[in-house]
Write a protein that binds this ligand. Structure first.
Ligand code: GUN
Length: 283
């Protein structure tokens, strides 16, 4: 039997609807969440992401600032802008689009963002809070992954979750969030010796390796929930996930497509984080 498709587009729209309702409540108080997005240089993919973030703010009625800086911008100039945004009362979230040009040290820039305005959840203090289970701004894509799993109706507690990929922005935080939901978590990566043996035990399989169609049906336990975080551009120009959707959907349980799965969740969770940060900052 073919599996149910988890529509990230639909879940994202439901969350945005909740944010719109929240905006109506805030309008009575004359208050708007504000997001500042900073982009350095001309990377075409980054420009698209930044435009989409700005558009999402406008759609919801948030205040939005986009700062486009030249490729030649110095680290000091960028840090000075971050410092100014940290102090600006109408800005509750700050996102510096990555990657940055090579002459700028990404870590120094992330560390300079005020912890309470770090809507990416990349600041080491927010990462640390995630590890110890304290309240923090959660990284957007991992938070979106958990939301999608929950919306399938599956009880995460007690399940065996296998995460393939150990990146700082997806694999590691997803595994921590799944543990927080009381799953038993196994992490696989490029040096894992017996990957198929492990993925075949997964009730929940999350894949984030950046390799098109890396996981086929032979890796998947019948009925498992499969979340595909990969976005890979094929030679024919089409997008493919890390999971071979056509073969896997014949054995899995609910599964996310690419595009239309995890992708639409990321910006929505950014909007959610900006709302959370705004409410905390405004007391
Ligand atoms: N570049 C690609 N994805 C992201 C993201 O989630 N946050 C930031 N800041 N840069 C990115």
């Amino acid at each position: 039997m073919t599996a149910a498709i988890i529509s990230g587009k639909q879940v994202a729209e439901e969350i945005r609807q909740g944010l719109r309702e929240e905006m109506e409540r805030l309008a009575d108080k004359g208050f708007k969440p504000g997001l500042a997005v900073v982009i350095v240089g001309e990377d075409p993919a980054s420009q698209v992401y930044v435009r989409n973030k700005d558009k999402a703010c406008h759609d919801l009625g948030y205040y939005s600032e986009v700062h486009k800086l030249e490729e030649s911008t110095s680290q000091e100039e960028l840090l000075a802008l971050v410092d100014k945004l940290n102090q600006q009362d109408n800005i509750h979230g700050i996102l510096v689009q990555l990657p940055l040009p090579k002459h700028i040290d990404e870590k120094s820039v992330i560390n300079a963002i005020a912890v309470e305005k770090d809507v990416d959840g990349f600041h080491p203090v927010n990462v640390g809070n995630l590890v110890i289970g304290d309240d923090s701004l959660l990284p957007c894509t991992p938070a979106g992954v958990i939301e999608l799993i929950k919306r399938t109706g599956l009880e995460i507690a007690g399940k065996h979750a296998v995460v393939v990929g150990r990146s700082n922005i997806v694999g590691k935080p997803v595994s921590l969030l799944l543990q927080r939901e009381n799953a038993t978590v196994t992490m696989c990566h490029s040096r894992t010796a017996n990957m198929k043996e492990l993925t075949l035990q997964a009730d929940i399989l999350v894949v984030a390796v950046g390799k098109a169609n890396f996981i086929d049906a032979s890796y998947v336990k019948p009925g498992a929930v499969v979340i595909d975080v990969g976005v890979n551009r094929l030679e024919n120009g089409k997008l493919a996930g890390d999971v071979d959707f056509e073969s896997v959907k014949e054995v899995s349980g609910p599964i996310t497509p690419v595009p239309g799965g995890v992708g639409p969740m990321t910006i929505t969770m950014l909007m959610n984080n900006t709302m959370i940060a705004a409410k905390r900052l405004s007391g």
